[in-house]
Write a protein that binds this ligand. Structure first.
Ligand code: ADP
Ligand code: TMP
Length: 235
């Protein structure tokens, strides 16, 4: 029996006959600024399902454990049911978005090495920035789990950055979510233009959700362009 367990801003999660597996349904809904701005990006669900599947497969080839079992339809993927850790892990290669704002840097400022940031996954509080001390005090994850998430996040950054470069895309920053499966930390959620910043390496054009957040136009086109560069598929 398939019942909806949770409806989020971009996806719905359904139970399956197997208690250890969930069916993820990717919607076209888009939100920004903690749900304040709402809209629809046509075909986003289909595109993000394909892009996330592509990235999960690439990461598996590089030894990163993740939740994807298989993509089952245009908008659905079957995943391992995780106990999601309420810590969002952001990796940044070039200053943009909230980092640029917070420390007063111009967007596009290069950094000598990647920055890893941790955020408390809590919509009501607007996902505040936290550190290891907060995480320990709140009991969100153990020190070992945080260490594991950071290690995976940096490895994922290396794998994705190198791959995307071959497609003339710069990986500016991205957000990851991890969860526990049989006590092990594994990668969950999605990797897509919703959760990453991709800039064209030649023109600097933004090819991600910032086009929606900032009303830059050509939103659907940007998502389609990422899919095309990754898989060659035109939709
Ligand atoms: P949000 O909750 O931020 O609005 P989504 O619309 O993307 O986000 O909803 C997906 C929800 O499912 C998120 O809360 C995410 O943490 C959670 N999730 C992602 N992967 C898994 C998984 N494998 N098992 C359980 N929950 C997951
Ligand atoms: P930020 O600069 O707004 O903090 O975003 C950093 C990265 O995290 C960026 O690639 C977009 C992604 N992100 C999400 O996936 N979900 C969110 O809710 C936010 C705020 C950012």
């Amino acid at each position: 029996m398939k019942t909806m367990l949770y409806e989020g801003k971009a996806k719905q999660m359904f139970t399956t006959d197997n208690e250890n597996e969930l069916l993820v349904y990717f919607k076209d809904d888009a939100t920004a600024f903690n749900g304040e701005k709402k809209g629809t990006i046509q075909s986003k669900g289909v595109i993000n399902n394909k892009i996330a599947t592509f990235f999960f497969n690439l990461l598996a080839e590089n030894g990163i454990p993740h939740h994807l079992i298989r993509r089952v339809s245009d908008r659905e993927m079957l995943v391992k049911k995780l106990n999601i850790l309420k810590v969002e892990v952001v990796v940044r290669n070039i200053a943009a978005g909230s980092l640029a704002k917070r420390i007063g840097w111009e967007e596009g400022t290069k950094m000598p090495s990647a920055i890893v940031e941790l955020y408390y996954k809590n919509d009501e509080l607007g996902d505040p920035l936290v550190n290891n001390y907060h995480i320990k005090a709140m009991g969100l994850a153990t020190e070992e789990q945080v260490c594991q998430m950071e290690q995976y996040a940096l490895k994922i950054n290396d794998v994705l950055t190198a791959y995307l470069k071959t497609k003339k895309l710069a990986l500016i920053d991205f957000k990851l979510e991890f969860g526990l499966y049989n006590g092990e930390v594994i990668l969950g959620d999605e990797i897509s233009p919703d959760t990453c910043r991709f800039w064209d390496t030649e023109t600097g054009e933004k090819l991600d959700k910032d086009r929606f957040r900032r009303d830059l136009g050509n939103v659907e086109e940007a998502y389609k362009e990422i899919l095309k560069r990754l898989t060659g598929e035109a939709i």
